[in-house]
Design a binder for this molecule. Structure first.
Ligand code: UT7
Length: 323
């Protein structure tokens, strides 16, 4: 059977670093509060004139290099984003143009912080059917553009960035030793929209809007929902939690990461956490953390990875991948 194997990963952070102390100058907060409640120490902001597609292109180039592929070989681009450069065209089409990739399939997936997990699952449908031979799956966000800089409950939490993976079809035996996406689980519950949303859009206000969140309610849902999705994805893949080498969670809050790991029985030494340095980069957070784990030598070929996320919608999901 054909599997979708991840052959390269890359991450990119914009240059402008924003510390907790920087934010304490504009809202009533403190470095100590932010670290204690979230684990975040810094985040990065894309400078004016740099859009989501620019971050996506940087991450995509690194992932292609790591895979030993060139833009000329890319036939599918999926960008998970909730902060497109323009309402349309899709960021994926802009990335195609900026990379100089040939005419192929390119579109965006909008599932907010869960976008990367959703996009992986969508790409798997193309790659494991043999429709795409060299797919780029990118999570890219400029979340700082959606911040209300007077709301201390949200503006300290988010940052900008991008991460990308290259997926290629690979023949497998249908066993757990196969390289590729072994299983996933996706969920959405639209009745929880009011917990986390942006208060503007093309068909309502005609504006971009600002992010609004009932943080503590989202927090409560996160640990329960994500844990359930992990259990379900592991079951679909046929793996035990004990088999997982690395848990690469969505980087929203260190307390959520730890809560989920405890609940599903993942040892803290197997968790890749970048929340302190990246903050919540929405759909970019998983591939950014993944790229970090690869570049510092922790994540190695052949290992079993578990990724998960939850975000606005509410949406959530998890996937199990053999590298
Ligand atoms: O990507 C997926 C979506 N997002 C998430 O997963 C985020 C989920 N939620 C969270 O991470 C946490 O709920 C927060 C970090 C947002 C907040 O932490 P919390 O422990 O749930 O705090 P809280 O919202 O219950 O607020 C406690 C207090 C409040 O003050 P009062 O009402 O008790 O006087 C807030 O006004 O903390 C206050 N507060 C702050 N204080 C200093 C809220 N934000 C700040 C801040 N600095 N930045």
């Amino acid at each position: 059977m054909l599997r979708s194997a991840v052959t390269g990963v890359g991450g990119y952070l914009p240059t402008e670093e924003v510390t907790n102390d920087d934010l304490a100058k504009i809202v009533d907060t403190s470095d100590a509060w932010i670290i204690e409640r979230t684990g975040i120490r810094r985040r990065y902001r894309a400078p004016e004139g740099v859009g989501t597609s620019d971050l996506a292109v940087e991450a995509a180039r690194k992932a292609l290099d790591a895979a030993g592929r060139t833009a000329a070989e890319v036939d599918l681009i999926i960008v998970a984003t909730t902060t497109p450069d323009l309402t349309f065209p899709a960021v994926a089409a802009m990335v195609q143009r900026k990379l100089g990739a040939p005419v192929g399939i390119a579109f965006d997936v909008q599932a907010v912080c869960s976008g990367f997990v959703y996009a992986l699952a969508v790409a798997d449908g193309f790659v494991a059917r043999g429709t795409a031979k060299c797919a780029l799956v990118i999570g890219a966000e400029t979340m700082t553009r959606l911040m209300d800089w007077t709301d201390r409950g949200t503006c300290v939490l988010f940052g900008d960035g991008a991460g990308a993976v290259v997926l290629e079809p690979m023949e497998g035996q249908g066993t757990l030793d196969d390289r590729g996406i072994l299983g996933f689980s996706l969920r959405a519950d639209g009745t929880k929209q009011d917990l986390l949303y942006v208060d503007g859009g093309p068909s309502t206000t005609g504006t971009v809007g600002k992010l609004r969140m009932h943080g503590n309610q989202v927090f409560r849902h996160a640990v329960v929902n994500i844990s359930e999705a992990i259990t379900s994805a592991a079951k679909t893949a046929g793996v035990e939690i004990a088999d997982i080498d690395w848990f690469v969670p969505h980087q929203a809050n260190q307390r959520i990461l730890e809560g989920v790991a405890r609940r599903v029985g993942i040892d803290e030494n197997r968790v890749i956490s970048t929340v302190s340095d990246h903050a919540n980069t929405s759909a970019a957070s998983i591939p950014l953390a993944w790229a970090q784990g690869v570049s510092d030598g922790r994540i190695k070929p052949g290992q079993l990875l578990l990724v998960e996320a939850m975000g606005g919608g509410l949406t959530w999901g998890a996937a199990v991948i053999r590298l």
